[in-house]
Design a protein around this ligand. Structure first.
Ligand SMILES: Cc1cc2nc3c(=O)[nH]c(=O)nc-3n(C[C@H](O)[C@H](O)[C@H](O)COP(=O)(O)O)c2cc1C
Length: 401
């Protein structure tokens, strides 16, 4: 007989269904922490709705009996063109946290990126999910000694690549979090606490498992304190608004291995990063969590692809919820897409099997879209399969509707 969880996940037929399930299962403050974006959430919305500006143009009478979607990124073979972006504090969503995400990712044959702000440390994650598909996301923190220490921990634990996030010179303002009191230190409002009480399963797990904290910086900040509010306050002081291109060069040299930069929206920045020596560029605005009104990732993609050509690999990161989103980005020239919220909704809906479900849905949708668009091989997805809607085309469609 199928368990309740299996039945719950089987009823989810898309990432949107997983989101609705996550919303029911999480206290509002926790759901909003994952779901929300900066200020008016314009960029958050446009990251997803931006895909609607592009149509797929199917080719017919093509043999699509076998569809191939495996590719490589930074020299690593992956079974589907979707990788797992770094997201902090995963144990808020499920006690298995980052371990569940990494394991499900590895089983699907793809890369997992551990966040600097993770609730599981570099070594713990590598021990729990040692598949040789682990990357680590870094910031250039004020304490460069700590940055170097994180690098050597990554080396010891066999991480394959580093990903430097560059869109957080200062913290963006997520107003849902402010309203709920999901701040550092937390100042949960009475409403948020009452709402959390209505989610006893979540509370039970929160209280009976070790409390999530910023595991990579335990031992920093106030001596002997390991709880999230103390370490979170410490981490917030570590974001350095003076970071520049010299710091990127320093990091690439210091690491000496495969290196990606995440948070690029301008072609000239992408070119400069390529010249400094990155192997992959994530076109990304931090999932709309930093600068609101920033250009959406999919809108920023074409000019960056045009600038870079084949010089470095490009990852589209932001707003991906459907296989057709991935197919559009790849047809426009991206090597792969990264997902954040899509797997977090899965994690909250059912732990590791929930993440597995998110990836399974994504893979099926990509395969189906490739077959329907008439392109059985990922390497043949080119610009002929996608067309930007012109205003007149949109108007024509709405008139004939
Ligand atoms: C809850 C949450 C936490 C995140 N934490 C980090 C982080 O620690 N480091 C980072 O570089 N990006 C972080 N991100 C951004 C993701 O890496 C990714 O860029 C974003 O989620 C992509 O957009 P999507 O959620 O629409 O897929 C976070 C995103 C979310 C939703």
């Amino acid at each position: 007989m199928r368990s309740l969880r299996e039945r719950r996940l089987a009823r989810c037929h898309s990432v949107h269904d997983l989101r609705r399930t996550a919303k029911r299962r999480l206290p509002r403050a926790v759901f909003d922490f994952a779901d929300g974006g900066a200020e008016d959430e314009t960029t958050l919305r446009r990251n997803s709705t931006g895909f609607d500006r592009f149509d797929l143009v199917p080719k017919v009478l093509v043999d699509v009996a076998d569809v191939r979607i495996n590719t490589s990124i930074l020299g690593q073979q992956i079974d589907l063109p979707v990788i797992l972006a770094p997201t902090g504090m995963n144990r808020l969503f499920h006690p298995d946290g980052e371990r569940a995400v990494a394991r499900a990712g590895h089983r699907a044959g793809t890369v997992y990126t551990l966040s600097s702000m993770s609730s599981m440390s570099i070594a713990e994650l590598a021990a729990a999910a040692p598949a040789g598909l682990n990357w680590f996301q870094v910031y250039v923190w004020r304490d460069r000694g700590l940055v170097k220490e994180l690098f050597s921990r990554c080396r010891e634990s066999g991480y394959d690549a580093l990903c430097l996030t560059v869109d957080v010179p200062v913290l963006g303002q997520r107003e849902r979090d402010l309203r709920n009191g999901m701040t550092m230190p937390p100042r949960l409002t009475a409403g948020a606490i009452l709402d959390a009480a209505a989610h006893p399963n979540w509370w039970w797990r929160f209280l009976t498992y070790p409390r999530p904290t910023f595991s990579n910086v335990i031992g920093q900040g106030e001596a002997g304190k390991a709880d999230a509010s103390v370490l979170g306050t410490y981490v917030n002081t570590q974001f350095d608004p003076s970071v520049d291109w010299d710091d990127l060069a320093w990091m690439i040299e210091e690491w000496g291995g495969p290196f990606a930069i995440k948070g690029i929206s301008r072609p000239a920045d992408a070119r400069r990063a390529a010249d400094v020596g990155v192997g992959a560029v994530f076109v990304s605005n931090h999932g709309g969590r930093q600068l609101d009104a920033a250009i959406s990732a999919i809108d920023a993609l074409p000019a960056i692809i045009e600038e870079l050509g084949d010089d470095v690999e490009v990852v589209l990161d932001g707003g991906v919820r459907r296989g057709t989103d991935v197919v559009k980005a790849l047809a426009m020239g991206a090597r792969a897409c990264a997902i954040g919220r899509a797997y977090l909704y899965g994690l909250a809906s059912g732990g590791e099997p929930g993440v597995e479900r998110a990836l399974e849905l994504m893979e099926r949708e990509i395969r189906r879209a490739m077959a329907l668009v008439g392109c059985p091989d990922i390497d043949d997805l080119d610009a002929s399969f996608v067309r930007e809607r012109s205003d007149s085309a949109s108007r024509a469609n709405s008139l004939s509707a």
